[in-house]
Design a protein around this ligand. Structure first.
Ligand code: DX5
Ligand code: ZN
Length: 214
């Protein structure tokens, strides 16, 4: 299982220390949550922080943009060292154009769906995607409860991917912990984001190792 710890739950006063911990961990990617206070009711951090993180790690950065008009920031996301750029379907009027622009900039393109957005919204773009991120909480905050419907949604997304011949990975974000992660793993998820369950664990390295082993 690919695990992408979300640094939204890190200690921002000791972010370098927390990135060093992730470097020593088995986590394959690092997930960076950008919030603008418009698309979601919260504000997190922006490109200078991501650039600093990129300077401290060789792990691919999975940048999740919970912002309006994400197409305006493709160059900045690339320049701060992102490997994957996640844009919300709900934030993109011209999603096809945005996906092509992300790929042309040299990044992997991922599209994120809110809990209430059906997977069929991606039917005509799925073949072009490197990954689909299913939100298993309403985006904006860490530490929320997992929305159970996500498990059935993963199955519907898998069918859509197989029907189209897409190579897209399935990522899930929100409320992923020791209880929900095994269910997701059995359901065919490829990548799991985890914030509070990793950083609030007594031993984050062990918590990550247990998720990777699923
Ligand atoms: C929520 C963010 C998540 C968040 C997950 O809007 O997209 O990445 O950090 O946090 P947990 O794992 O605590 O639900
Ligand atoms: Zn996220």
């Amino acid at each position: 299982m690919i695990i992408a710890p979300s640094i939204l739950a890190a200690d921002f006063a000791n972010l370098g220390r927390d990135i060093e911990m992730l470097n020593r961990s088995e986590a394959q990617w690092i997930h960076c949550d950008v919030m603008d206070g418009v698309f979601v009711p919260n504000i997190s951090f922006g490109f200078p922080v991501i650039k600093s993180v990129a300077g401290l790690t060789d792990k691919p950065l999975d940048v999740h943009l919970m912002i309006v008009n994400p197409q305006n920031y493709i160059g900045q996301v690339r320049d701060c060292g992102a490997a994957l750029m996640n844009v919300h379907q709900e934030a993109c009027t011209h999603l096809h154009r945005t996906v092509q622009a992300i790929k042309a900039a040299g990044m992997k393109a991922a599209v994120t769906l809110n809990p209430s957005t059906p997977v069929i919204m991606l039917e005509d773009i799925i073949a072009d995607l490197d990954m689909v991120l299913l939100m298993s909480v309403n985006p904006g905050f860490g530490g929320q409860a997992f929305i159970e419907n996500t498990v059935a949604k993963v199955g519907r997304l898998r069918q859509l991917i197989e029907a189209s011949g897409s190579k897209a990975l399935i990522e899930v974000d929100g409320g992923v912990n020791a209880q929900t992660a095994p269910i997701l793993a059995r359901g065919g998820v490829d990548v799991m984001v985890s914030g509070s369950a990793v950083f609030n664990a007594p031993d984050p390295l062990k918590a990550i190792a247990e998720l990777v082993a699923l």
